[in-house]
Design a protein around this ligand. Sequence first.
Ligand code: IPE
Ligand code: IPE
Ligand code: MG
Length: 264
Amino acid sequence: MALFGSSTRDVPATSAVPRHVAIIMDGNGRWARKRLLPRFAGHHRGVETVRAMVRACLERGIEYLTLFAFSSENWRRPQEEVSLLMDLFVHALKDEVGKLDRNGVRLRVVGDLSRFEPGLQTLIHDSERGTAANSRLVLTIAANYGGRWDILQAVNRMLHADPGKVGEWRESDLAPHLAMSYAPEPDLFIRTGGEQRISNFLLWQLAYSEFYFTDVLWPEFDSTVFEAALLSYRQRERRFGRTSEQLIGSPTAPASPTGPRIDA
Ligand code: IPE
Ligand code: IPE
Ligand code: MG
């Protein structure tokens, strides 16, 4: 059984503040290049934005923050950049886990971790275990993650769990095997850096998420830009396939025609 409803099988309850925000943190390289710095300086600076975003989510009562840190296609980058990114991941984990824990943050990492160095895999597992009792905010880092990988690994596990069900599998058989089955589907998806694409992020889970694109580069993303994204989200009418008229008087109806369009 999945813990949370599905946006296609049920109409999820919505609120003025998104429960789950998922972000493609893009534009680090361009931020650095604009300053005539090596690309890595942008990644380094990007960690500070991560810190600020965790704080912003804690302050606003957002329950799930999911950050795309390294895609299954990012191995195609120059070897030097890949290995610097791995080192940065190790250092950031070591430096931040204690503070995350003190702030009630549970850390989870999703993706095909088998391709990482054993030392990094151990660090990830220890960090996840060390924060497992926290529930104020679930911070998920997607690392060596790909939406297609996620769906395929879920299909494989689903087939293994009940091989005799040929031709009868349903969405509810697959969803519990997805890497993020512990979280509701993202309410708000943000991509920084100006590109308007998903780049193989959460393909299944973004089915009914609200999308927000900004040209701001990740190292410059701050609470003002985040607030603009949240404001835009509040003004959306989340219909999940229904008509506007149907929303009036429904549990997920807009609060008022002039106020926030999503009920609190
Ligand atoms: C995002 O920034 C971080 C990762 C993909 C690891 P980029 O490195 O993609 O920055 P740009 O898009 O080249 O500016
Ligand atoms: C997406 O950014 C992946 C991450 C932010 C980790 P990319 O910079 O890799 O995406 P593309 O290549 O521009 O689509
Ligand atoms: Mg990029």
